[in-house]
Design a protein around this ligand. Structure first.
Ligand code: UDP
Ligand code: MG
Length: 321
């Protein structure tokens, strides 16, 4: 089979050399075993890096036969960069595999993914069954994230990040999902087809820093929920109903107090209710605003990415000459 490995890279100069070496060795092995064709390639997508990443990619494109490079015109974020890579790659291969540039995901299961593909699965998820290498904080936030997603009714594969195999036709289908706000691990399960999982332990980042600091992680989680579920709006309605119920009880209580003659000044209860209701209203408006904001972003239908240069790998380039 023809395989394209898609690797989004943002300021990854520190890990790129090592990553390229490991991936090329893997491709050599897979090729020797007859698992992948000569025309397979590793597509590094440079997501508008500010460091030497693109220079390194072009250098490896010269030196290594498996390496191809895609330079995006600006930084568009992990999900969009990955999407750009998949859309560029799927047309001339049988399947794509996406993986992060820091190789925190175990590249040895790629062979298992290919086997699963050959068994007739269109989508194969890489699932971490061990997170001991992650910090307690990362583990905790990640776990809360998956739990919250389930509570909110978003279907996603537990402990699966964006390490996955997709057949060419699955990627083609993905192209029909028109939303701008990409959350691939929520979208891919919607495609359907036969799917399966392979399991691995996640390693530590080789070098460089995580590009997902807390702030980005939170906004990613928020996107994941609000792009896939309207439960938050439903929840607000329930909170509203609860507040009305409480107010009625309080009203009855106050009225009884009034008719029994022990009228207090009522200042504190008044203040509390004003603040409480104000809070609930602000919260509701905020959540509704999030959805309106999303609609605004979606109706603009801006392009997800702009391509600057595509360097084909030697293995593919040879074919076209
Ligand atoms: N990445 C990207 N564009 C960005 C941020 C990140 O292409 O704007 C890439 C990054 O180079 C890496 C992957 O997305 O290959 C995942 O990032 P990272 O490893 O920092 O995230 P973590 O593993 O800490 O969640
Ligand atoms: Mg990482």
């Amino acid at each position: 089979m023809k395989l394209a490995l898609v690797v989004p890279c943002y300021n990854e100069e520190e890990v790129l050399e090592d990553t390229t070496k490991q991936l090329c060795e893997l491709f050599d092995q897979l090729h020797k075993k007859g698992k992948i064709d000569e025309e397979s390639y590793i597509l590094f997508v440079n997501d508008g890096s500010k460091d030497q990443t693109w220079n390194l990619i072009s250098k490896f494109n010269e030196q290594e036969k498996w390496v191809a490079g895609l330079n995006l015109a600006a930084n568009v974020g992990h999900q969009n960069a990955l999407y750009a890579g998949l859309m560029t790659a799927y047309k001339n291969v049988d399947a794509t595999i996406s993986i992060d540039a820091d190789l925190q995901d175990d590249i040895n299961v790629i062979e298992n993914m290919i086997d699963e593909f050959n068994k007739g699965n269109d989508i194969v998820y890489g699932v971490r069954n061990d997170r001991t290498s992650d910090s307690f904080f990362k583990r905790f936030t990640a776990q809360s994230f998956y739990k919250l997603m389930t509570v909110m009714g978003v279907k996603s594969v537990y402990n699966h990040a964006d390490f996955r195999l997709m057949s060419a036709r699955a990627v083609e289908q993905l192209g029909n999902y028109k939303e701008r706000n990409l959350f691939l691990r929520g979208m891919v399960p919607l495609i359907g087809y036969n799917t399966s999982c392979v399991y691995y332990a996640r390693k530590e980042r080789m070098a460089g820093e995580s590009k997902y600091p807390l702030k980005k992680m939170l906004s990613f989680a928020f996107d994941g929920i609000t792009s896939f579920s309207v439960k938050p709006i439903t929840m607000i309605s329930w909170i509203g109903i609860l507040v009305v119920f409480i107010s009625i009880c309080a009203m009855i209580y106050t009225l009884i107090g009034h008719f029994l003659g022990n009228t207090v000044s009522g200042w504190s209860s008044l203040m509390i209710s004003i603040w409480f209701l104000g809070g609930v209203q602000l919260l509701s408006i905020g959540v509704i605003g999030q959805y309106i904001g999303k609609t605004y972003v979606e109706v603009k239908e801006r392009p997800r990415y702009n391509i600057d240069v595509l360097l084909e790998s030697k293995s593919v380039g040879k074919e076209n000459d």
